[in-house]
Design a protein. Structure first.
Length: 516
């Protein structure tokens, strides 16, 4: 298997599916649209299978990048096509390949116009996401990082709601502006390092004064992508106007790009600057958790409520990342994976009832348990997971984040824990208003419970949420060595003696994992 470029095949397989759909365009009839659906579905399922092969051959005992493919892309400029995976990037590759086929199945009957173009957009988006999480060259990283914007812009702008163009342009301009500053920082790093290789840049010491400006340039891009408060205002509009599958992929994967960037680049490459800005990051994270939770309590639209809850949950992610603690960083990755499953499922839950009565207003619902008992059970699982109920993945991520943050900043951890209380308030309030009570709306009296296609969509999400909540060790073991390496890179600059101690601990841990 070593001779096969497994990772590159996985990255570009969805693009081949998109090309297959585009090459078979003929008359825009139902048969042609149905063929596009099946090609997209099978392509995404094969890609999922390829990612599981990567998981099978992945060696968690080492922090080295695995499945590396490298060749000179632009030799004159010393730019390479260089991809690889470690224990931090692999979970996001798996999450991406899981959610894309779910999005395709969820859109099977709800998307009726321009179906081939819709399926092409999702397959291109998948290639861009997989490439971004795997890129080990700055130019390649930036290409995929920005490439994600184009299919997502089209998904919102073409298949979204009535105000879709405003939301699409707002999403595009917000994220593009921050990324331009990141490009300037990449150009500086290119000339400083003598190339665009990310592993080389991670081992290059940058002047502490320069680090400040480079860190801020990357922050401008990553903070918008997460999004952090106060850069979050594009998110509710994008979620409300996007089609259901667009909201799923936006909350499930795209919001993780910023957190991944902080872990992969900002923390290990700019340790002094990261340490300097840690109080700022803690402050913004706590504000995001508390403020957006309060805003979520005031929402009347289900999608907006879940969108604001996403900002609050991603506040826990940035807390864990900038704790630069083993538990905190592992909790941040766990929280991102968990949120990817839970938020995707919650938006799908909204999509299920929206397809039936075409309303997202909470006031239009009530008493659904009498007509949709299976839906009520599924919705309950994800509401409780969002609250952080023990036994669900939401609890594991938030607990580890609070544990890691408490060691560094007790006040930040204490204030963030208030967000869990507020989260329970708005989530349970939403569930009570939608599921219980009296069925007043006459449209609800004829709705049908989950059909077999919807049950297929929810099954892997329920399974993933419960399995990671009950037994999270496979994921924690996968990322343990890579997280320890990031922390080593951070501390060896700030405190060389602590860095050597951390390296010794990492070696002991790697030997322990190998023996087991």
């Amino acid at each position: 298997m070593d001779v096969l470029p497994l990772l590159s095949i996985t990255i570009f397989l969805p693009l081949l599916g998109a090309i297959a759909i585009s090459s078979s365009w003929g008359s825009l009839n139902d048969a042609q649209a149905n063929n596009a659906r099946w090609v997209a579905l099978w392509t995404s399922l094969v890609t999922l299978g390829m990612s599981l092969i990567l998981l099978w051959y992945y060696k968690p005992a080492t922090s080295d990048f695995q499945f590396e493919d490298k060749f000179h892309w632009m030799p004159v400029l010393n730019v390479s096509y260089h991809v690889g995976l470690d224990g931090i990037s692999l979970p996001f590759v798996l999450l991406s390949t899981l959610l894309i086929p779910i999005c395709i199945v969820a859109s099977w009957s709800s998307i009726k116009k321009r179906v081939p173009e819709y399926m092409i957009a999702f397959l291109v988006l998948e290639t861009m996401l997989l490439g971004m999480f795997s890129a080990l060259d700055f130019i390649l990283f930036y290409f995929f990082f920005e490439g994600v914007l184009i299919p997502m812009f089209l998904i919102i702008g073409i298949w979204g709601g009535d105000n879709r163009m405003y939301a699409a342009y707002k999403f595009f301009l917000y994220t593009l502006l921050g990324s331009v500053l990141m490009l300037l920082a990449i150009i500086y790093i290119y000339f400083e390092v003598g190339g665009s290789d990310i592993p080389l840049a991670l081992t290059t010491p940058f002047d502490p004064k320069v680090q400040i400006w480079l860190w801020l340039a990357f922050f401008a891009s990553f903070a918008v992508k997460i999004p952090m408060w106060p850069f979050h205002t594009w998110l509710p509009d994008a979620h409300v106007e996007a089609p259901t599958a667009g909201s799923v992929i936006l909350a499930g994967i795209l919001l993780k790009m910023g957190g991944y960037g902080f872990i992969r680049l900002s923390i290990p490459m700019f340790p002094e600057a990261s340490s300097t800005f840690t109080p700022l990051m803690f402050t913004l994270s706590v504000i995001a958790i508390i403020y957006t939770s309060l805003v979520a309590l005031a929402q009347k639209d289900m999608k907006k409520l879940i969108a604001y809850s996403s900002v609050a949950h991603m506040g826990f992610v940035t807390l864990g990342i900038f704790s630069v603690d083993p538990q905190g960083l592992q909790g941040a990755v766990m929280q991102m994976v968990s949120h990817g499953l839970i938020s995707a499922a919650l938006f799908l839950c909204v999509g299920v009832v929206y397809d039936r009565i075409h309303s997202r207003e909470i006031a239009d619902y009530g008493g659904l348990v009498h007509r949709m008992p299976r839906y009520a059970v599924v919705f309950m699982v994800f509401i409780l997971a969002s609250v952080g109920l023990p036994g669900t993945s939401g609890f594991v991520g938030e607990f580890l984040v609070l544990l890691g943050t408490y060691k560094v900043n007790t006040w930040a951890s204490t204030l963030a824990s208030l967000g869990m209380v507020l989260g329970a308030a708005y989530a349970l309030w939403l569930y009570r208003r939608v599921i219980f009570g009296i069925m007043i709306n006459p449209k609800l009296k004829t709705v049908l419970d989950l059909n077999w296609r919807e049950a297929v969509v929810f099954t892997p999400l329920v399974a993933g949420t419960l399995i990671l909540g009950i037994y999270p060790m496979p994921l924690l073991t996968m990322m343990e060595a890579s997280v320890a390496n990031v922390i080593d890179q951070f501390h060896i600059v700030l405190d060389p003696e602590d860095g050597l101690i951390d390296q010794a601990k990492s070696l002991q841990m790697a030997l322990h994992l190998k023996r087991n």
